[in-house]
Design a protein around this ligand. Structure first.
Ligand SMILES: Cc1cc2nc3c(=O)[nH]c(=O)nc-3n(C[C@H](O)[C@H](O)[C@H](O)COP(=O)(O)O)c2cc1C
Length: 333
């Protein structure tokens, strides 16, 4: 019998298939469905720094009166995250912990070290098993250097790390000059896991109205290649847990990220497109693949195609790049 158990952020998961942060994980009903379909863990939608700055004072006052998250929620909407406010969020964490047996990871989304960071401790008190910190920051000031931007990331990570006792994962973008170096610094600052990667949503332009259009397109498996490369590079480099996020759709994608060295394969687009039950068929196919290759446990093949054995990953990447360009299809005429 194939054993899918894995460890992520020091937590024991029954399966490496994890539902990443999205509206699907923002209701208790959605979370229950995801667990029933086989999710090894769930990441709740993000609670945003912008929401917290406004509401933290009110919630603190309410909680100081002895009200629980559930009571505080009474006048809040059912869907947590996306502007619903901290009280609804706390309540979802509490309810999820009561209803689910898989780990519940709360998500914070912010860019600066300020009062909102304290909220991480509230999430821990509400029962969150870990916190995923999404630092979504588009640096557009010409005066701001790459090292300054990185300093901000590290500063926020340190602040959240200090506020909590539970594990902390950092979800970041791939757009850094020296991602491997930053990864090491994030680990030093207190990240126990890296979620590779956050997906930047790039707005489009309407050429008739000349307006900026928010564009939220779901991913495809082609986008898996970037996380795949970086997971292969970072596998076992800093003793940090690695989660693949962006482009995991099929069982083949799951096998690929595990071969590269991921501890878990996170999914949003695939679950939004196919529904939570997609996890069931992924699990069946993952088991079939492992069976066919005579693997009984994920650890037997995790990281088999990582770059750990490569002495100089940069030279390796460059050689691959040249080889890929040389093998490009030629035009017909
Ligand atoms: C509708 C929607 C809402 C999302 N909300 C969040 C969020 O609140 N916090 C977060 O960190 N990521 C959020 N994400 C990003 C996903 O968690 C995930 O990282 C991204 O979609 C890439 O993974 P995928 O290729 O499996 O979709 C959201 C994605 C979508 C499509």
């Amino acid at each position: 019998m194939v054993d899918l158990r894995t460890r992520y952020l020091g937590l024991n998961l029954r399966s490496p298939l994890v539902a990443s942060s999205s509206p699907l994980t923002g209701t208790l009903e959605g979370l229950v469905r995801l667990e029933a379909a086989g999710a090894g863990a769930v990441v709740l939608p993000s609670l945003f720094e912008e929401d917290l700055a406004e509401e933290t004072r009110q919630v603190d006052a309410l909680l100081a009166t002895g009200a629980t998250g559930a009571e505080a929620r009474a006048s809040h909407p059912d869907q947590a995250g996306y502007g619903a406010g901290p009280a609804a969020y706390l309540s979802l964490v509490e309810q999820a912990k009561q209803a689910l047996s898989i780990p519940v990871i709360a998500s914070l989304n912010g860019v600066s070290r300020s009062g909102w960071v304290r909220y991480a401790a509230r999430l821990e008190q509400a029962g969150a098993d870990a916190i995923e910190l999404n630092i979504y920051y588009v640096s557009s000031r010409p005066g701001s250097s790459a090292s300054e931007v990185e300093w901000h990331y590290l500063d926020v990570v340190r602040a959240v790390r200090q506020a909590i006792g539970i594990p902390l994962a950092v979800k970041l973008s791939p757009y850094f000059s020296s991602l491997a170096n930053l990864a090491g610094q994030l680990v030093e600052a207190g990240a126990g896991g890296l979620v590779l990667f956050n997906r930047f949503y790039q707005p489009d332009l309407d050429i008739e109205t000349m307006e900026v259009l928010p564009a939220l397109e779901l991913s495809s498996s082609v986008e898996l290649r970037l996380p795949l490369r970086w997971i292969a590079i970072l596998h076992r480099r800093f003793g940090v847990s690695l989660a693949a996020s962006t482009g995991v759709h099929t069982a083949e994608d799951v096998v690929k990220v595990l071969l590269a060295g991921a501890d878990v394969a996170m999914m949003t687009s695939a679950l939004l497109r196919n529904g939570p039950d997609h996890l069931r068929s992924l699990e069946v196919r993952l088991r079939d693949w492992m069976d066919g290759h005579r693997y009984e446990m994920v650890d037997q093949f995790r990281g088999r195609t990582s770059q750990r054995a490569v002495a100089d990953p940069a030279a390796f990447e460059r050689a691959n790049y040249i080889q890929t360009l040389a093998s490009r299809p030629m035009p017909n005429r």
